[in-house]
Design a protein around this ligand. Structure first.
Ligand code: NOJ
Length: 520
């Protein structure tokens, strides 16, 4: 893939740290994280050992979906700073050797975006055609499509009697990507940020932009699965030409600028279609977000992913946490047991071949926070009348140092309350603390294999053992015990028991590789 002696592209085995901007670090005391706050904490990330950061949207936004409702794609929301703050932050990041990728939200704008305001104010305005307006059917919406946030995917524009499409909240009207003007506008937006030096883009709902012009019925499976393979009106063929053009734009710039697509489907062969050599470089692989703590399940995910993506020459990506799902220790059962498993998963994540994503606070072992209803902010909670709690519990700000109420995150009141018992989980408390989750991540990031061949090794049921060159990663998922492979112990997620790994424990061992008994 790298032909002609060219060094491998940086994104092929990078570790990218996801910053949920509202919750990372607040520089001005208003209780909301911001760009100056991020800038002040870049040395922490350098020292942690990640290769770069992904920033969730910081563009002007009324905040109905906390930044995923963008009202101006080429500016910074005053709550998060200014363009000058962005320039200063990215300059510092680059000086520290950190890449910076930003979120781009092309499926929908905010209802406060100038284009949508024009579209609503005057149905004959050319901007009306940038959105999906349709007459209703039988006194109701044009189709029975449902919003990912609950409720119908159409809202009536009473003045005109037409309905507009929104796959998310009504304040997030979907753009009509069949309209060439929309395509041109986004090319301009990509260039705006590429010119400012970003190393790439995380493409929000990358599988959804074009809708089938025939508006076919989409019957939602019940219960609704996490993956959207059933969304037949999305996943349209036009996406491939679009991403080819976007790729060509990124390739005009120096420095291997890249895209990572949020393609929320399970079928990895279909995902692979978006990361062929001339399309996006990476796609999130969400399978581990939903896999149980089960060795056979996890191995199945790894094999299916590697084989599907390997066929198109794209690296796999690995994700255990992000701002949309319950924190990992909680998913794995909570308490000491959940944390133990999440720590073992960290060694798995950082040993797998490809690109790894770490979500802020994952390196601290944070659990999902149970919040009272009155502080919840996620539109999912409101659109489902509280049936789905939504994502606020994984978005509680990062505890940096000291004690409640804000643990150094802000000098004001944090935008979501932080648990009073987080004192021992702060970055300061875990720094230098033997056995802390933070030090585990630091050790693993420093020793992480890069580029080395992957090969499974035989191991008993309930366990996973594989080699990356001379580093062996052994994970005891649920077996009674797993013998530590021979060699020098590099890092272990928890204490060994009589030289073996108890359940929910992983370790890396350096061997000379020659004793390896490899399996297919
Ligand atoms: C996916 C993002 O990760 C999520 O946070 C957001 O709500 C939706 N896309 C809509 O933009």
């Amino acid at each position: 893939m790298t032909g002609g002696g060219r060094p491998p592209e940086w994104w092929r085995d990078a570790v990218l740290y996801q910053i949920y901007v509202r919750s990372f670090a607040d520089g001005n005391g208003d209780g909301v994280g911001d760009l100056p706050g991020i800038r002040s904490r870049l040395p922490y990330l350098r020292e942690l050992g990640v290769d770069g950061i992904w920033l969730t949207p910081f563009y002007p936004s009324p905040g109905h979906d906390h930044g995923y409702d963008v009202s101006d794609y080429c500016d910074v929301d005053p709550a998060f700073g200014t363009l000058a703050d962005f320039d200063a932050m990215i300059a510092d990041a680059h000086d520290l050797g950190l890449r910076v990728i930003v979120d781009i939200v092309p499926n929908h704008t905010s209802s406060e975006h100038e284009w949508f305001r024009n579209a609503i104010a005057d149905p004959s305005h050319p901007h009306r055609k940038r959105y999906v307006f349709r007459p209703g059917r039988d006194g109701g919406p044009p189709t029975g499509w449902t919003s990912a946030f609950g409720g119908p995917a159409w809202t009536l524009d009473e003045a005109s009697g037409e309905w507009y499409l929104h796959f998310f909240a009504p304040q997030q009207p979907d753009l009509d990507w069949h309209n060439p003007e929309v395509q041109e506008e986004f090319e301009r937006i990509l260039r705006f940020w590429l010119d400012r030096g970003v190393d790439g883009f995380r493409v929000d709902v990358a599988h959804a932009l074009f809708k089938d012009r025939d508006f076919p019925p989409m019957v939602e499976p019940v219960p609704r699965p996490w993956h959207g393979d059933w969304l037949v009106a999305l996943l349209q063929p036009e996406l491939h030409d679009l991403y080819r053009r976007w790729r060509a734009i990124a390739d005009e710039y120096e420095g291997d600028r890249m895209y990572v697509g949020e393609i929320v489907i399970e079928n990895q062969e279909r995902v692979a279609q978006y990361v062929r050599p001339d399309e996006m470089q990476l796609a999130f692989n969400f399978a581990l977000l939903f896999a149980e703590w089960d060795a056979a399940d996890i191995r199945g995910v790894i094999d299916r992913t590697r084989s599907a993506l390997g066929a198109v020459g794209a690296p796999a990506t690995w994700v255990f946490e992000n701002h949309d799902v319950t924190r990992l220790p909680t998913r794995y059962g909570g308490g000491m047991e959940g944390l133990r498993r999440a720590r073992a998963a960290a060694l798995l994540l950082l040993a797998l071949p490809g690109t790894a994503f770490v979500y802020e606070g994952q390196e601290l072992g944070l659990e999902e926070v149970g919040l009272p209803d009155e502080v919840r902010q996620d539109p999912i909670f409101f659109r489902t009348n509280g049936r789905r709690l939504g994502r606020d519990g994984c978005r509680v700000p990062v505890p940096w140092e000291g004690g409640p109420p804000a643990f150094g995150f802000t000098s004001g009141p944090p935008w979501l309350p932080m648990p009073a018992d987080w004192e021992e989980l702060t970055v300061a408390a875990q720094t230098g603390e033997e056995g802390s989750t933070l030090e585990l991540f630091r050790a693993a990031l420093a020793a992480r294999p890069r580029g080395e061949e992957f090969a499974w090794r035989e191991s008993p049921p309930g366990t996973l053992v594989f080699a990356r060159g001379d580093l062996v990663c052994a994970v005891n998922v649920t077996a009674e015990r797993l013998e530590l492979p021979e060699g020098e112990l590099v890092v272990a997620s928890n204490e060994l028991r009589a030289g073996a790994l108890p359940p929910g424990t992983a370790a890396w061992v350096r061997t000379d590789g020659s004793r390896a008994k490899e399996t297919a």
